[in-house]
Design a protein around this ligand. Sequence first.
Ligand code: NDP
Length: 271
Amino acid sequence: MADRYCVFGNPIGHSKSPAIHALFAQQTGEDIVYEARLAPTDSFAASVREFVVAGGRGANVTVPFKEEAFRLCDAHSDRATLAGAVNTLSFVDGRILGDNTDGAGLVRDLVFNLKTPLSARRILLLGAGGAARGATGTMLEREPAALVIANRTAAKAEDLALHFADLGPVSGCGFADLIGESFDVVVNATSASLGGEVPPLPEGVFSPDAMAYDMMYGKGDTAFLAHARQLGVDRLADGLGMLVEQAAEAFFVWRGVRPDTAPVLDALRRA
Ligand code: NDP
């Protein structure tokens, strides 16, 4: 019998994770099945327990359950503890272990796939929600010259920066405070692109050779990437690579085998 995994979310119909993990399984020869499971917003914990009883070995967790997943776990990896959120559950000997592979996925996509080093660079992270929280610690591990977190609600960016202050040169502010500053890497971790909006960035935030990265992905440029392109930025990437890389990291956590992500990313882009 194949080992069972799934992704919990609400909504979940759009999830690409089953397709990604099916390709990983095919490539590595690991005998797993992976499905998308809709969890009612008021009974995430019950949905997880039901899956464990049915023989589930692990699960990914997406919007809106990552923080609830953190609270459900009996033990956490260091990176999950730092993020205060869990996107990868492992069910081992009756215990639920929580990890967070989002930050690792983002950094791997930037550094390895997109050849964009973070070390000694000035990085701007837009947004202070769950995705920004997951990314901050992992980006600071690369030892940037500065990591500035800017958010619509400035106080949330300041709090987030304070939370990670021991790990490196990180500060938080509002968008208007960015006047006169420029960055080598600008990562959009707001959900503004979902509504076709772009955070109100002052002119000049993109340095001449900057990388503009949107965690969101879809057909064609997201609103943020279209805006950056209009400003003359030509190094642009959406979050599909991050999605595949965080999945590969979860697959490694569960199976101890690291899939080759390039052909999987190619297949998704072609689809
Ligand atoms: P949250 O709801 O936790 O946070 C949303 C953030 O966006 C907040 O900082 C919020 O600011 C900001 N925001 C929302 N609307 C606007 C707007 N119109 N203008 C400016 N700022 C805005 O979401 P997540 O952090 O979970 O997700 C953020 C994005 O990252 C989503 O697009 C999601 O799809 C993507 N993502 C991609 C992943 C991948 O693998 N590629 C993985 C995880 C997330 P405020 O605090 O002021 O409300």
